[in-house]
Design a binder for this molecule. Structure first.
Ligand code: ZN
Length: 318
């Protein structure tokens, strides 16, 4: 079945934009590869952090909405973002995050991998997972984190659902996942192939209320499709499963389709290309506000409404 291959990007809700920028570039050492606006709410930034080249699958993005209430955990929401780090680097990361004032949990084993979790400055739960899986990754030369320690990209996501079966059937029948066992109440679903970012872990918490979007929460998960034809084929299957996908929306750096999976989590399909270097030079990605062409005539008004972003505060490497 021609289907999704892996996570493409994950989009979360942050508080203050500058604090978000400081943390993801200055502490986690990721590169801001696109400074843009929410295309549906252009008074809000959309900030993209990734590897040096902005490869699909490396990309964690944020809508800073400081006026929003914190996310309320519950069913139908993602509860944690998993980022890949090189094997043997968790001790180094523990020290760096602690120096930055972040409270870090002691490392644990999950599905035979070493994992360390922390909460970002606005409440987002992040897991650093040691892995040597093959991935498309270009280290960022200007990162405060040395290349051999840098975040490699998206590894996995955790979702909380009312039950496993409804979402599980959709994942396996429509999206091409297979079941890969369970541990501590978490059921693992895996996409076929050898690409990184193929893991979705789901836990059933039937007694919980519906979770709500807010700062520190995950807004949506986007899944990679290699090309337009695959995107349309997957979209057709989603429609046949009565999940009411949107039409294909041109996000300029990729083409997107949005839909709710049966448990209520917002999913997106996103094409691998054309990528972030389509509308600005690759060596200055993220340094200037980029607007999609249809918003360019409103640039002055949009820029005036956005809070200014200073150069990030950087934690030097130990
Ligand atoms: Zn998206």
């Amino acid at each position: 079945m021609s289907t999704i291959t892996a996570l493409h990007h994950v989009t979360c809700i942050a508080g203050d934009a500058q604090e978000n920028y400081d943390f993801y570039t200055g502490v986690l050492g990721m590169r801001m590869v696109k400074r843009s606006v929410n295309q549906d709410v252009p008074g809000t930034y959309h900030l993209f952090y990734a590897d040096a080249d902005g490869h699909a699958g490396t990309d964690l993005t944020f809508f800073p909405w400081p006026e929003m209430a914190p996310a309320s955990p519950g069913v139908g929401l993602a509860s944690e973002v998993g980022l890949a780090v090189p094997v043997g680097s968790l001790g180094w990361w523990h020290e760096r995050l602690t120096t930055a004032g972040v409270k870090v949990e002691a490392p644990v084993r999950r599905f035979a991998e070493d994992v360390m979790t922390f909460v970002d400055p606005h409440g987002l739960r992040v897991a650093l997972v040691e892995t040597s899986d093959a991935r498309e990754f270009t280290p960022w030369g200007d990162s405060p984190v040395p290349a051999e320690r840098q975040v490699r990209g998206l590894h996995s996501m955790r979702l909380v659902e009312r039950d496993i079966e409804t979402t599980g059937r959709f994942l396996t029948n429509i999206l091409g996942f297979s079941e890969a066992g369970s541990e501590d109440g978490w059921h693992r679903f895996l996409l076929p192939g050898a690409t990184s970012g193929r893991i979705l872990d789901i836990r059933a918490e039937p007694g919980q209320p519906r979770g709500k979007w807010g700062t520190g929460g995950v807004h949506h998960l986007a899944w990679r499709v290699p090309d337009d034809d695959t995107e349309l084929a997957v979209r057709e299957r989603i429609e046949a499963a009565h999940r009411r996908p949107t039409p294909v929306i041109d996000r300029f750096w990729f083409k997107s389709v949005y839909f709710l999976e049966p448990g209520g989590v917002l999913f997106e399909l996103a094409t691998d290309g054309p990528g972030f270097a389509i509308d600005e030079p690759a060596d200055t990605l993220g340094e200037h506000l980029v607007l999609p062409p249809w918003l360019e005539p409103r640039r002055a008004e949009i820029e005036a409404a956005l809070p200014p972003l200073r150069a990030p505060r950087v934690l030097a490497s130990a």
